[in-house]
Design a protein around this ligand. Structure first.
Ligand SMILES: [Zn+2]
Length: 263
């Protein structure tokens, strides 16, 4: 695929620590918005990952592997939009897999929290199909509630209740959770631990390192305007948004650091 040589080189030389990418809707057309990436851009991302030798794993596999692995990336989708089914097929055609975080009490409905972005959510049958195809399905609560507003049984219902619902639906254990809105309130983190999840994804940026808490995994947010070049730069820096400005300031800091260390 066509890519500027600097971005390609950056990505080829990166990958000491695993990364987790966060996607939302992947519609067939359109220009893209923060939570909606046109499918054609997603396909370009997959080609880029393959050409630069990155291995895709599910979030659970990443945790089971001790959060180690060079050039390893976990692709995740939040909310479970039905238009992700085409993205799932594209992954399968390339021998890749991903993790979906679904809202168990809203399957088949519109995503009311996303202000019209992304159309309807996957049905129970569609979620089961993902699981059967070898993808991981995790919980993103029952109703996409803001967890900092909840406590006690209401919080448990969203965290542990959604896990039970999903396990009933899939007929398999569920290990992964993603916090809605990326916020990680203390009570919610305790509820996630108590519910028995083995990994939980946040929206904090950065790479996954050996000492990272599996229940507070960092992720890089991929917005709808993110082309392959920006994805390459974002992954190389382990930080969104991967703009050229962020690359220049990163390189500047490195050069400055070397000058200071050398003197
Ligand atoms: Zn969400």
């Amino acid at each position: 695929m066509r890519l500027d040589p600097v971005s390609r080189r950056l990505l080829e030389s990166a990958g000491r620590h695993p990364l987790v990418l966060m996607y939302h809707a992947t519609p067939a057309g359109g220009r893209g918005s923060r939570w909606s990436l046109p499918l054609r851009r997603f396909l370009a991302h997959l080609d880029l990952l393959r050409e630069t030798g990155w291995r895709t794993v599910t979030v659970s596999e990443l945790v089971a592997g001790g959060l180690r692995g060079g050039r390893t990336v976990a692709i995740t989708f939040d909310d479970g939009f039905a238009d992700n089914l085409a993205a799932a097929e594209a992954l399968e055609a390339r021998g890749m897999r991903a993790t979906w975080f679904v809202v168990t009490g809203r399957l088949g409905e519109a995503a009311r929290w996303s202000r019209g972005v992304g159309g309807r959510l996957m049905t129970a049958a569609e979620v089961r199909r993902l699981h059967e195809a070898g993808h991981e399905v995790g919980s993103h609560t029952r109703t996409h509630a803001a967890l900092d507003a909840l406590e006690g049984p209401a919080l448990d219902e969203e965290v542990a209740g959604s896990r039970r619902e999903l396990e009933d639906l899939l007929g398999a254990p569920v290990a992964a959770f993603a916090y809605p809105y990326g916020r990680v309130p203390e009570a919610a983190a305790r509820a996630v631990r108590a519910a028995g999840y083995r990994c939980a994804a946040t929206c904090r940026g950065g790479a996954v390192r050996p000492g990272t808490d599996p229940l507070g995994l960092p992720r890089l947010e991929v917005d709808g305007a993110c082309g392959a070049g920006r994805l390459a730069r974002m992954m190389a820096l382990a930080a969104a948004p991967g703009s050229w400005m962020s690359v220049f300031s990163y390189v500047g800091r490195r050069v400055l650091h070397r000058l200071v260390v050398a003197t």
